[in-house]
Each structure stands twice: as C-alpha cells, then as structure tokens.
Design a binder for this molecule. Structure first.
Ligand SMILES: NC(=O)c1ccc[n+]([C@@H]2O[C@H](COP(=O)([O-])OP(=O)(O)OC[C@H]3O[C@@H](n4cnc5c(N)ncnc54)[C@H](OP(=O)(O)O)[C@@H]3O)[C@@H](O)[C@H]2O)c1
Length: 259
C-alpha cells in the first residue's frame, strides 16, 4: 500500500524536520500549517529532491472546524492517509493570572481539539485498511505539572493520556499510536522568557533534526510512548520517586527565572 503521511505544523521546527525525514524515506506527504507559502516552497524542494508527491494545505487549527475542512479537502482529492502526525502546537510562559485567555483557549484548540478531531476523522479509514500509524507530539511536560506553563503542561498531559488510551484500544489491529515526548528542543517554540529559566541551564535544547529522526523511527516501528534523552527520562520519572508536593517544588524551581 502506498504510504501517505499527513503532518501538521510542517512549516518550522520539529515538523519541518519530520517532513524532510519522511521525504527522504520516499513517503508522500500532506503538509499543514498556517504559513502556506513556506509549505509551497517545501513542497517544491522535497518533490525535486526525492521524487515524491507533496500536497499542502494552509489551515489555522486554532479552529477545529478547519481540521474538519482539512479532512474533507483531503477526501475530495481521494487521498488515503496512512500516517497521521499531530505535531502542530504551541506553548506559553507566565503567571496564569497575567497570561492571555485568548492565547490559552487557542492553545487548547490547537494542542487538543484539532488533534482529537483529526484522529477521529482519519482513523476509520485506517481501521478499514487495517493499516496505519498515528503519532502525537506530547512533551516531557506531559508527565508532570509545570508551574508557569499551566495550560500548556495540562494540554500535553491530555495528549499523552489520549495517545496511550487510544493505543490500548487499538491493540490487535495493525494501527499503532506513538506519543513522542521531547524535552526542550531548539525551535521557535522557546521564547526568550523561557530561555531565561533554570530548566534550560541543566537541560540544553536538542537539535530538532535529531528529535525528528528519532520520532519518525519510533512511529514507523510502531512504538508507544517515547521520551527523548536520558535527562528528560529522569525528569519525567520524578513523580515515581518523589511525593507530588516535592515534584511541584522542583518543577517550580526549574520553570523559574534564573536569579
Ligand atoms: N520545542 C520544544 O522545546 C518542544 C518540546 C516538547 C514538545 N514540543 C512540541 O512540538 C511540537 C512542534 O513544536 P516546535 O518546537 O517544532 O515549534 P515551532 O517551530 O514553533 O513549530 C510549531 C508548528 O506548529 C504550527 N502551528 C502553530 N499554531 C498553529 C495553528 N494555529 N494552526 C496550524 N498550525 C499551527 C506552526 O505553523 P504555522 O505558524 O505556520 O501555523 C509550526 O509549523 C508542538 O506540539 C510542541 O508543543 C516542543
């Protein structure tokens, strides 16, 4: 069966590198992000370099109606998506009482609602073919609550929980769900405010190319939840060894501005 990967958030960072990684494996692509002009340039580059077919869709996933419209656009072209990578997402840093409600509601729509909508819409065809791969980009913050990233860390806890339950429901089929959980990655995600916190001293951002390569490898191999990097593994597993109040003290310190 001809593989076709739909990848959201393909215009920069981890998503851009995953697009290149999939293209190098000769997998056709459906690329999605708001910045359509970047996707059009990427399409030309990847088609020329790898002889694959790339489709692009400029969509704002902060409105889940656009995720539904994307599904219909893809169906209208009679494309059969065999791999779904829900990578589009963004974070935010600050005291919850001071941060923007509009931004946070938009974050919930992109990080959660559109991810759920796309999974719901593309899964039935995978079930029918008994063939598919889904990968959701979760985070190190999926494993433990991080003060000053309150809505973001809660949104990524959702992504991990959703991915693991869906993976379990799909046991016995040929469809797997991977939750990729990176720690800090060197992309536009990290604002200058975030970079001035303690967390980044001890845990330097990783190269997005490395994260993308590992992620695609895990997804193709049908792996479940994968944390990238040994340091991130230790931080993610902190709640197993320390009481919740202590975990929160530590994550509050990590997320605080450097003195
Ligand atoms: N960087 C990190 O430290 C880190 C760590 C753990 C997890 N993650 C996760 O990794 C994923 C990718 O982030 P990144 O680090 O690669 O950041 P990035 O470089 O900022 O890329 C984010 C991607 O998401 C897309 N996107 C954002 N808002 C969107 C919207 N409303 N509609 C459609 N697309 C939207 C962006 O495209 P447009 O702007 O063109 O729409 C862009 O392609 C995210 O889910 C993030 O939460 C990142």
């Amino acid at each position: 069966m001809k593989e076709l990967a739909l990848l959201t958030g393909a215009s920069s960072g981890i998503g851009l590198e995953m697009a290149k990684e999939l293209a190098a494996k000769k997998i056709d692509l459906v690329l999605v992000a708001r910045r359509g002009e970047i996707l059009v340039d990427l399409k030309a580059e990847l088609e020329n370099k790898h002889g694959i077919k790339v489709y692009t869709f400029a969509k704002d996933l902060s409105d889940p109606a656009n995720a539904m419209a994307l599904f219909h656009d893809v169906k209208d072209l009679q494309l059969q998506v065999t791999m779904l990578i829900n990578n589009a997402g963004f974070g935010g840093y600050g005291n919850f009482v001071e941060t923007s409600l509009e931004e946070e509601l938009s974050m919930i729509q992109v990080n959660i609602s559109s991810l759920v909508a796309l999974t719901k819409l593309f899964l039935p065809d995978m079930i029918q073919q008994n063939h598919g791969r889904i990968m959701n980009i979760a985070s190190l913050l999926s494993f433990l609550p991080f003060p000053y990233y309150s809505v973001y860390s809660a949104s990524k806890a959702f992504v991990l929980s959703f991915s693991e339950t869906l993976r379990t429901e799909l046991e016995g089929t040929n469809i797997t769900v991977t939750a990729l959980c990176p720690g800090p990655v060197d992309t536009a995600f990290n604002t200058s405010e975030m970079l001035q916190t303690n967390a980044y001293d001890a845990n330097k951002p990783m190269d997005p190319q490395i994260v993308a390569k590992k992620g695609i490898g895990y997804m193709l191999a049908g792996k479940g939840t994968k944390i990238i990097g040994l340091m991130n593994w230790f931080i993610a597993n902190m709640p197993r060894f320390s009481p919740r109040w202590l975990t929160l003290k530590i994550t509050k310190h990590l997320a605080s501005r450097k003195k």
